[in-house]
Design a protein around this ligand. Sequence first.
Ligand SMILES: [Zn+2]
Length: 158
Amino acid sequence: MQCSNFQRKISDYIGKRLSESDMTGFLAHASSCPDCRRMFEEEERLTGLLTSLPLAPLPPGLESRILASLPHRTRHMAISPPLWWTTASRSFRAAAVVVLMVGLTLGALLGRGLHRASPASDVNAAAYYGLDQFSEAPDGTLTAAYLSLVTPDAADGR
Ligand SMILES: [Zn+2]
């Protein structure tokens, strides 16, 4: 690991955000490079000092002054369900949930069958797609190139 790379990763190491391989390289460099090790130890010491300080309390009224200075719209941007949902009856909402669940289930079932519609690997793909009429195309022609793209196994077998 280069010194510059090591120095960029010091705070990630302290914050325990290094991958296993980065950690190994980081520790190896720290043990072999006295300058970087000194820099690392200093940053680790400073971080320890800063995190040990007690948090200062907010000045009285600061939070309400900040909130008051925000534009009106952003102060009330809590996530809420759409109006049609909150005004709908309980039975309508239950029906909507059922319709949604049925739709999702049908979509999943139909989507699962889609990939089964493609030919199995042991089926001649050229015949499956109706491309077997091109199988007599001479090598080097555009037709042969297209056929080899669509059916790589057929191109190998010729
Ligand atoms: Zn170094």
